[in-house]
Structure formats: C-alpha cells, structure tokens
Design a binder for this molecule. Structure first.
Ligand code: SAM
Length: 250
C-alpha cells in the first residue's frame, strides 16, 4: 500500500524540492509513498490573497486566518487522515510517533507560519498536534519533512532494503552501537579487533553490549522506559567488561 501524505504549506516548492531528493525521492519513484502538496494561499477569496491577519487582543506578528486552511482541507478529494498540525505545543515527535504514523494509510500535515494558527482551526479540523521539539522554527515545513523522512524510512521498501532501519537507534528502544569503516587504522586509531574477526556471533554480542552501554550512559530514560536491564543483559555487560553506571544498578 502506498502511503499518502498531504502537506498544506505556503511554500510548496520548498516541500517538493526536498521530497524529490535522496531517500524520499527514490521511495516516491518506487511508489512507497505519494506526496500531495497544497498551497492554501490558492484558497483565499480576496484580491490580495491574504492568509494572515493581526491577532485579537493585540501583540506582535500575524496569525493565519482559518478559512483558507479549512477550505483547502474540505475541497481536497481523498485527503489523508488524520490531519496533524505542526505546532511547538504539540506532542513531541519520536520514534514511537513515527512508527504509529507508518502503520496508517496516510496523514495530512499542516505547516504554520508567522505566529501560527487561529485556535479555531486547531479545535475543529485538526485531529492532533505534533511538535518537533522544544524550540521555535519560522514555519512547519522543516518539521513536516523531518516527520515524513522518519516515517518513510520505516515503511517496507522505504530504504530499498527492509533490513536497514531495524538495527538503528531507537529501533529496539536502544541507541545504535558505534560503527566503523575502512581504513582499519586511521590517524593511529584502530577499529576494535573483534569487528575484523569474522566471528559474527561475537560481533553481534559486542554490538548489543555497546548499544546497551551507550544507552545507559546517554539516555538512561530509554533504559527505564523498557523496564531496566534483563539478567541476560547484565551478564553480557559484565562479560564484555562494560560497567553500568550506578544509577542503573539494582
Ligand atoms: N507563536 C508560536 C508559538 O510561540 O508557539 C510559534 C509560531 S512559529 C514562528 C510558526 C510556525 O512554525 C508554527 O505555526 C508551526 O507550524 C511551525 N513550528 C515552529 N516551531 C515548531 C516546532 N517546534 N515543531 C513543529 N512546528 C513548529
């Protein structure tokens, strides 16, 4: 099934340009996903084609008027659901959210600009709000593209090789183990000998231990979320000489 993503934006060319590039472009050529971009300025009724106005109550900046957005959504045949507004106050985006979206037939992303959306749009036509993180961008386009890329990478055929995203960071609730490539010695630094041993079982155990070590060090919250370490994992860490941080013991 081809994932359908509708994007409402005032900068449709910016969205299209990135979506045509690299992983996203190739996945579209393979019909893994399809993109329908809508410039909601085209749904304006006035001669100035204005999409924003001053905020009630005063204050700096302009707010997006609700009608062009609502009309674009209503007039689009086969619009993908749910409708997701990109807002700094939405649910933080994560691997879990990407996984949920990858299981749907599609979704629509609303990209804001200026001071953002009129609240009535969020209260009526929007199903959920998603944030890229605790910072403020000038518009929702980069957030939309980040979400699309994270989701498409998870789709069957999204990377042209179904195995590629399985062992990556967050895939199994852990960060990824360190990766090395050639040359074996670079500026006096050696690739761990075990990775050149050809012993695939030992390599898999080393990688597992390193993924656990890195996650314990950098993201103890991820370890906590998966219910701590199993007895087997503790044994593996001990065997590999990886010392758990005190916060993770017990
Ligand atoms: N006045 C808004 C506020 O303080 O929450 C910020 C508006 S921002 C300048 C303009 C648009 O960029 C937003 O409507 C939203 O679509 C997008 N945007 C900015 N930061 C974002 C974030 N962290 N996650 C998702 N979208 C964001």
């Amino acid at each position: 099934m081809t994932l359908r993503v509708d994007v409402l934006s005032l900068f449709p060319e910016a969205v299209r340009a990135y979506a045509d590039t690299s992983v996203l472009g190739r996945a579209r050529e393979r019909d893994v996903w399809q993109l329908v971009v809508h410039d909601f300025r085209e749904a304006t009724g006035d001669v100035h084609r204005s999409v924003d106005d001053t905020p009630y109550g005063g204050g700096a900046g302009m707010v997006l008027t609700p009608e062009p957005i609502a009309r674009t959504l209503e007039d689009t045949p086969g619009l993908a659901r749910p409708v997701i507004a990109l807002t700094p106050s939405g649910t933080p985006f994560s691997h879990a959210v990407a996984t949920r979206l990858a299981q749907l037939g599609g979704f629509t992303l609303l990209c804001g600009r200026y001071e953002g959306f009129d609240q009535r749009i969020l209260d009526t036509v929007v199903d959920e709000e998603v944030s890229l993180g605790d910072f403020v961008l000038a518009g929702g386009e980069l957030a939309a593209l980040c979400i699309i890329e994270a989701v498409v990478r998870l789709l069957p055929g999204g990377l042209g090789n179904d195995e590629s995203s399985v062992e990556e960071s967050f895939g199994a609730g852990l960060l990824e183990y360190p990766q090395y490539t050639k040359p074996a010695t670079w500026r006096g630094r050696e690739v761990p000998a075990l990775l050149r041993s050809g012993n695939h079982a030992a390599i898999a155990r080393w990688r597992r231990a390193q993924a656990l070590r890195l996650t314990i060090e950098r993201r103890p919250d991820l370890i906590e979320r998966r219910g701590g370490l199993s007895a087997q994992e503790r044994e593996l860490l001990e065997e590999m000489g990886v010392v758990e941080s005190p916060a993770q013991n017990g």
